[in-house]
Ligand binder design. Structure first.
Ligand code: CUA
Length: 185
């Protein structure tokens, strides 16, 4: 009898301890979700933006003349990109270092991948949806941007690159060009 009640106590203590561990894990996951949502590291459902893929090229934000890097009044840069079988437009993105960058991208046909090597950018581009990411490149350099979602027979040849230049060179190039800038020759 005494033995039984002792083991019952032990079981209860162990169960309580594990229940607390489980609650702590859940709280950490909820905190992570809130933190990443607030810092744009992920997009909660409330932030989903839709767009009509069949009229992308005709009107609106993703017409060809509006693609590439645009300097905003606050000094940040917005880069707009369209993915299609089997390329990105523009094929070479030009961005300044040490500047808040917002990427806005979508697909005009099927699901493509959007990954910039050595950054936190790694997502899918789905027709009908706009993907938005914020990042800052801390130094000039080149990053590859391969499509990493299988999108058809030409998938392995679908990639672009991101050229990060220092702020002054970017300002010079952006100033010299009347519209959006990119490093496509
Ligand atoms: Cu586009 Cu794979």
């Amino acid at each position: 009898m005494a033995m039984n009640s002792a083991s019952h106590d032990v079981a209860e203590r162990v169960e309580k301890r594990w229940a607390m561990v489980v609650v702590a894990i859940i709280l950490v996951l909820i905190a992570m979700t809130i933190y990443t949502g607030l810092h744009w590291a992920m997009m909660p459902p409330s932030r989903v933006e839709t767009i009509r893929p069949e009229t992308l090229h005709v009107s609106g934000e993703f017409v060809e003349s509006n693609l590439g890097s645009a300097t905003e009044p606050d000094g940040s840069v917005t880069v707009r990109i369209v993915a299609q079988q089997y390329s990105f437009t523009p094929q070479c993105l030009l961005v300044p270092a040490n500047t808040p960058i917002t990427f806005r991208a979508t697909s005009s046909d099927v699901v493509h991948g959007f990954l910039v090597t050595n950054t936190n950018i790694n997502s899918m581009l789905e027709p009908g949806y706009v993907a938005t990411f914020k990042t800052t490149f801390d130094k000039p350099g080149e990053h590859l941007m391969p499509c990493h979602e299988y999108c058809g027979v030409g998938h392995q040849g679908m990639w672009a690159h991101v050229r990060v230049v220092d702020k002054a060179s970017f300002a010079q190039m952006a100033g010299a060009s009347s519209g959006r800038v990119s490093c496509v020759k």
